[in-house]
Design a protein around this ligand. Structure first.
Ligand code: GDP
Ligand code: IMO
Ligand code: MG
Length: 423
């Protein structure tokens, strides 16, 4: 039996989609357990290039069943569109996709409120993806959410929608927005429901049975550790628990069943949205990382902020998630650099400090300490054998391992499935 968890160890977009696509070839189940369509996971394989926001990236492996468990929040419009896109591309979803009726739904007011709150916060805005994520999770924890379960009963859905619209329309109007019409929402949601009904089935017993039968389950984390609601750079975070420990609450699977936790880590650092970023670059090197790495958001198309690898952050990610292995991605993006810097830790007033010692404001004050390494100035694109990597690339990988305290088991040398070194 094996349960493997894949977690983003920086601020998201580490290349989780690519790693999941590869690992799913050995899995029976692939599970999305938190977040929503704020995630954008890119898969590049023999079938094409797919930016997936909700459907687990294991869908391309024919024998894999994919699950969306209770911790995920669903925008039904996006979900229906993604299902249709995959069907058009020739993938069967019937009998392969299982969606928990416990999932909370993103309603139009969540998206409107996301936008209005961001505008009202002005300079202090989070830089959200505008998908209504913070607002749907806020409703979930404050007992105001509407779940897929409610759509199973039209009258129940209508009643809950009336109550919520009474509250939400007042807030929307107070913030200068237009009120929402109930009938329109009700009709469109019932249409979505008809399309989704064949897939709504609680995955919990399936996963429990899979564990009993020693099957292999892969959990697909979204976002990244530093966007975690508790341990990230609050308030510049997302609303869900990103950490491996969130799996129990978000899927029902006992934590003790998890055997392998893989941290996906980009060979440098990127971030979208606002918030502190100690190793961010504002010079030609930052521009080169953005250009070589094509660092533009999968979900919103925004230019990603770029900077050097931050071992202080990834060390913390290793510790808090209990990473057993790392998948180092986008090594090839560093190919053109003659010097590469790596942040080994932080200092404040000449004293060594840790990431967890302070908040987002503290992170603005710390000074990153760098180690400068020689670049390799040679293409590593598509290399599949560790021994074929340039000496300086091997030294860089070994330095990453030493600094963060976990072994690099996979090295990605390009976006495609086969551009990978397995050590
Ligand atoms: P995710 O959110 O963690 O799944 O990552 P995204 O898909 O948002 O962003 C990662 C981007 O990098 C995608 O465009 C991938 O196709 C691409 N990518 C993944 N691995 C590699 C790699 O090793 N090299 C290069 N050059 N691109 C990669
Ligand atoms: P994947 O899974 C990068 C960021 C947003 C914003 C903050 C809050 O593709 O790695 P939200 O819309 O969640 O309320 O926005 O979180 N964010 C991500 N950044 N990749 C992601 O997902 C992200 N999911 C959320 O940019 O700063
Ligand atoms: Mg992404």
């Amino acid at each position: 039996m094996s349960i493997t968890v894949v977690i983003g160890s920086q601020w998201g977009d580490e290349g989780k989609g690519k790693i999941i696509d590869v690992l799913s070839l050995m899995a029976d189940f692939v599970v999305r357990f938190h977040g929503g369509n704020n995630a954008g996971h890119t898969v590049v394989n023999q079938y094409g290039k797919f930016p997936l926001h909700l459907i687990p990236c294991g869908i391309f492996a024919k024998k894999v069943k994919v699950c969306i468990t209770n911790g995920v929040v669903l925008d039904l419009e996006v979900l229906v569109a993604e299902i249709e896109l995959l069907k058009k591309a020739g993938f069967t979803l019937e009998g392969r996709l299982f969606i928990s009726p416990r999932c909370h739904m993103i309603l139009p007011y969540h998206k409107i409120l996301d936008k209005l709150y961001e505008e009202a916060k002005g300079k202090a805005k989070t830089g959200t993806t505008g998908r209504g994520i913070g607002h749907v999770y806020a409703d979930k924890v404050s007992y105001n959410g509407i779940r897929l379960f409610d759509l199973l009963n039209t009258a129940q859905f209508g009643e809950k929608l009336t109550i919520q619209l009474n509250i939400k329309n007042k807030i929307i109007q107070a913030l200068g927005g237009e009120p929402i019409d109930k009938k329109e929402v009700e009709e469109t949601f019932l249409e979505y429901f008809q399309k989704l009904e064949p897939y709504i089935k609680e995955p919990y017993p399936l996963l429990l049975q899979a564990i009993k039968e020693n099957r292999s389950i892969l959990f697909e984390g979204a976002h990244g550790v530093f966007l975690d609601n508790d341990w990230g750079t609050y308030p510049f975070v997302t609303a869900s628990t990103v950490l491996s420990g969130g799996i129990n609450a978000s899927s029902g699977i006992p934590a003790k069943e998890i055997k392998e936790v893989v941290g996906v880590v980009k060979a440098y650092t990127t971030r979208v949205g606002t918030g502190s970023f100690p190793t961010e670059l504002f010079d030609d090197d930052g521009e080169a990382l953005r250009k070589e790495g094509n660092e533009f958001g999968t979900t919103t198309g925004r230019a990603r902020r770029c900077g050097w690898f931050d071992a202080e952050l990834v060390r913390f990610a290793v510790q808090i998630n209990g990473f057993t292995k790392l998948a180092l991605t986008k090594l090839d993006v560093l190919d053109t650099f003659s010097e590469i810097k790596l942040c080994t830790g932080y200092e404040l007033n000449n004293k060594r400090v840790n990431y967890y010692d302070g908040d987002a404001v503290f992170l603005e004050k710390i000074k990153p300490v760098y180690k400068t390494m020689k670049g390799w100035k040679r293409s590593t694109r598509g290399i599949t054998d560790f021994e074929k990597l340039p000496l300086q690339a091997k030294q860089y990988i070994k330095e990453v391992e030493k600094q963060v305290g976990a072994p690099v088991a996979y090295i990605s040398t390009g976006p495609a499935r086969e551009e990978l070194i397995v050590r």
